[in-house]
Each structure stands twice: as structure tokens, then as C-alpha cells.
Design a protein. Structure first.
Length: 376
């Protein structure tokens, strides 16, 4: 009977959690049909059956297994009725449990015969054993003036984000550069595009302009479109810009591939589509991989300026603040102006001060003379 194992759904994935089986135990499935939702280190994604047959589920929902571990079988026909379960030494029937649950029960001293399984067909799964193995909670200490305490367990994605950000701060000698951008011409350009748009047309946002400006500047400054890994510089041919998207108490970074070769309007359309797929949890692992640089924008929350944490192993990340109306001095007169903050955080092992400043200056120049963003 063909085996279904936990697939590798991202380059950094080591294990996955079965969030939900989309078919029931004993259902007929067809090749290419969605089989289950799996939570990886980057997102919750769906993987498909690679053959036709009858599904036999071996790992229950909520269980976490390593890549390559058996999670199901797909046969050409329903299973024949099994013979009576083998008896244990004391004559009691052997409890039906997943291999992972059985191993955990042995390690923690839990009697499987005393448990009711919550998995398919009453199968005992890891979470059943874990719940039974938990010792009674000790009396909680007094709360003082803090009130009631709520402890939440992070999702696998949140754990991975925590690990990667801690790794970034612990291992990358970073530095940040700040620039104020005169956005008056960009505001005027966007207003012209908005007035000329028909109903249903996408009008590029200021963030789309930033992405396009970064992509063009990255093409001219290859050390910014790079990574420091294993003591060597990795310089990438393609310019793939990741855009940070907030979704359900987590952060997902889908990728705009070859952003330097795309028209500004195409970037606008693709960015919106990617953000929507992130929120609908339909983004693919391919769309979450391959970024060579990241743009993070908190301007829509009224944040004037911030420094983002580098997404390793990338060489840099650009943080974008809000568009602000400020008084500025022009030809000796105090007049209204529009400014936006950019903060570039860099890995000093590959991107040094002067080249980083040149890259940021190029991004700023492109945003202050935005007509070029429409032409390239």
C-alpha cells in the first residue's frame, strides 16, 4: 500500500503539524486532490494526494511529526477487516494508538488502555497521551496587583519567528541608516494615477513605489541583494523582494519575484493578490521562499519610524514609516511638506556603511523623482 509521509514543504522545515485532514479515514481520494493542511515553520499549507486509492490515516490532527515520517497510507481498495487485536500479556486488548503516541506513553508511563482516543476511528494520538501525562498543576503563586494570569502556547509559526529573530539579533552584527524622503512628487503622481484609473483598476500604493525603488536600487547594488552564509558572500542574480504582511497574530513574508523587471502596476496587482492569499491562508510555500531583500511597512499604523530585524540570511531590510505632513524650509520660506522615513538595517559582514548609504540614497532619489518608476 503506497505510503504518505510528511513532505518537506520549505527549505527550512524540519517537522510539520497536521492541522486538519481534508478527507476522512476510509475515504476514496484521487491524485492531486487536497489531502491535509499542514502547519510548517512558515505557514499553514495544503498538500495533495499523489495517487488514487482509499485513505488510511495514521497520524491524527494536532500531531507533530518529522519530515519523512509515515502519516497515512493510500491503497487501491478499502482495507479488509483486521483480525482481532493481539492481546497483551494480561489478556486485555491492545489499545489502538499511533506510533508516536505509543512511544510517548512508554516514556511517560501512561497506560494506553485507560485512554479514549480522539484520533480517526478512536485512535489514541500524541495529544491524548500528552494530556494524560501532564502532572496536576501546582498551586499558582499569588498574583499581587497583576490580576489573573493567562498563559498562551505559541503556534509553530510563532515559535519559528521567535527563533529566527533571536538568531538574527544574536549572530548578525547589524547597523541602521535613516533617511527622510520628500514624497511630494510621489503624492502628486499617485493622485494623477488615481484620477486616471477606471473603476476596478489598481492604483499603486506608496509601498508599491518603495518596493519598485528598492528593486531598481538592488539591481545596481548587488551586495545589498545578497547574503552572508558559511563565511562567504552569496550574490543573487534575481531581485526578489519580500513584503511583510501581518496575518492572524503572526507575520508572513510573501515574495515578489523579479521585482526589478516588473512594471509598477504589476507590482501593485501582485502585492495585493499575495496579501489576500496570506489572509485567506491560501499562499503557497513557493510564494514564501526565495526573497533576497525585505520591505516592512508600519506606516499605516501611524508609526513615524522604526528599525526592523534582518530576516536571515538576507543582507538587509528596509523599514518604512508613515507619510507625514511637516513644515519644511524651501528657498528660505517655511512651507508645508510631505515626508516619509526609511530605515535600512544591514548585516555589516557583507554590507558596509558607505555602500549601504549609496543604496539608501538611490532608493530615496527614485522616490523623490518617481516618474522613472513608471518607465522601468
Amino acid at each position: 500500500m503506497p505510503e504518505v509521509v510528511m513532505p518537506r514543504l520549505s527549505d527550512s522545515m524540519e517537522e510539520g503539524t497536521i492541522v486538519r485532514w481534508l478527507k476522512r479515514d476510509g475515504d476514496r481520494v484521487a491524485q492531486g486532490e487536497p489531502l491535509a493542511e499542514v502547519e510548517t515553520d512558515k505557514a499553514t499549507v495544503t498538500f495533495d494526494a499523489d495517487t488514487d486509492g482509499t485513505l488510511r490515516i495514521l497520524v491524527g490532527e494536532g500531531e507533530t511529526v518529522r519530515i519523512g515520517q509515515l502519516i497515512a497510507r493510500i491503497g487501491e481498495a478499502p482495507r479488509a477487516p483486521e483480525s482481532a487485536p493481539a492481546s497483551a500479556e494480561n489478556g486485555a486488548p491492545r489499545a489502538k494508538a499511533s506510533p508516536l503516541a505509543r512511544r510517548l506513553a512508554q516514556e511517560s508511563g501512561v497506560d494506553l488502555s485507560q485512554l479514549a482516543g480522539s484520533g480517526p476511528g478512536g485512535r489514541i494520538v500524541r495529544s491524548d497521551v500528552a494530556a494524560a501525562a501532564e502532572p496536576p498543576a501546582p498551586p499558582r503563586p499569588g498574583r499581587g496587583n497583576k490580576g489573573a494570569l493567562t498563559i498562551q502556547q505559541p503556534s509553530r509559526i510563532q515559535v519559528q519567528i521567535a527563533q529566527r529573530m533571536a538568531e538574527s539579533k544574536a549572530t548578525i552584527p547589524d547597523f541602521s541608516l535613516h533617511a527622510e524622503v520628500d514624497m511630494e512628487q510621489a503624492v502628486a503622481l499617485r493622485e494623477q494615477l488615481r484620477k486616471g484609473a477606471r473603476d476596478g483598476d489598481v492604483v499603486p500604493s506608496y509601498n508599491d513605489m518603495v518596493v519598485k525603488a528598492c528593486a531598481l536600487a538592488l539591481r545596481e547594488h548587488p551586495r545589498a541583494n545578497a547574503a552572508y552564509r558559511d563565511g562567504a558572500f552569496e550574490l543573487y542574480e534575481r531581485v526578489n523582494v519580500g513584503i511583510a504582511v501581518a496575518a492572524e497574530d503572526t507575520l508572513i513574508v510573501p515574495t515578489l519575484f523579479d521585482a526589478d523587471r516588473k512594471l509598477l502596476l504589476d507590482i501593485a496587482r501582485e502585492a495585493r493578490a499575495l496579501a489576500e492569499r496570506v489572509r485567506q491562508r491560501t499562499v503557497t510555500l513557493a510564494e514564501l521562499s526565495g526573497a533576497t531583500f525585505t520591505v516592512s511597512n508600519l506606516g499605516m499604523y501611524g508609526v513615524a519610524s522604526f528599525a526592523a530585524i534582518i530576516n536571515p540570511p538576507q543582507a538587509a531590510i528596509l523599514a518604512v514609516g508613515e507619510l507625514r505632513e511637516l513644515p519644511v524650509v524651501r528657498e528660505g520660506l517655511l512651507v508645508p511638506g510631505v515626508r516619509m522615513s526609511l530605515v535600512l538595517t544591514c548585516d555589516h559582514r557583507i554590507l558596509y556603511g558607505a555602500p549601504a548609504a549609496e543604496f539608501l540614497a538611490r532608493v530615496r532619489a527614485l522616490l523623490e523623482q518617481p516618474a522613472y518608476l513608471l518607465l522601468s
